[in-house]
Design a binder for this molecule. Structure first.
Ligand SMILES: Cc1cc2nc3c(=O)[nH]c(=O)nc-3n(C[C@H](O)[C@H](O)[C@H](O)COP(=O)(O)O)c2cc1C
Length: 173
């Protein structure tokens, strides 16, 4: 059983990105166990002074979960032409520890438009040398039901191909 650690850039309870994480989990199938990080909003503001071998407990747990995972899913909306602050904050905590370096990451931007957030997360994950399989889904809310069923054929095909690329990246070590 492969372990996948999923992070949503949305702090909403009822979230389109949460639905996409569910849809991706279904596409991954039974050989993958997906754990969704529940507390992105509780991570303290990044502070280099606290970014030591003894960081805040929640940051320690976040880094440990990422280290133990075979692959990571990050699915996020765009806010005000960029990444949501909560997600950028989480990513900043992973930089000096190189926690995401070399990790296979399925990156989804599910938003109304999303181009800026898409470019931004690719730039950030590239500079920290993650191995990314990225996809942008504009008008994302209209393409998925509240039961996480993708109702847009092209999007479903793109997601299947994305998942294949992610799985290959995990299997290639
Ligand atoms: C404050 C705010 C700003 C937003 N700005 C953008 C934006 O710049 N570009 C965009 O594509 N969508 C923007 N949106 C729309 C969200 O990205 C979109 O509703 C997304 O599907 C929400 O995903 P979620 O349900 O997972 O939170 C914004 C939404 C909010 C609440």
């Amino acid at each position: 059983m492969k372990k996948i650690f999923a992070i949503s850039g949305s702090t909403k309870t009822s979230s389109t990105n949460g639905l996409y994480i569910s849809a991706i989990s279904q596409l991954l199938g039974k050989d993958f166990e997906v754990f969704i990080f529940p507390t992105i909003a509780d991570i303290p503001h990044f502070n280099p002074d606290l970014d030591s071998v003894d960081p805040p407990q929640i940051v320690y747990e976040l880094r440990k979960s990422i280290q133990l995972a075979d692959g990571i899913i990050i699915s996020t909306p765009e806010y005000a032409m960029g990444l949501p602050g909560s997600l950028k904050n989480l990513l900043d905590w992973t930089v000096s520890s190189s926690t995401l370096s070399g990790k296979p990451i399925l990156v989804l931007v599910a938003s109304t438009q999303g181009e800026k957030a898409y470019q931004s997360i690719i730039d950030t994950l590239t500079v920290i040398e993650a191995r990314i399989s990225p996809l942008l889904i504009p008008f994302a809310k209209a393409k998925i039901t509240s039961e996480a069923v993708i109702i847009h054929n092209e999007t479903l095909e793109s997601l299947r191909s994305l998942v294949r690329s992610f799985v290959a990246s995990i299997e290639n070590g």
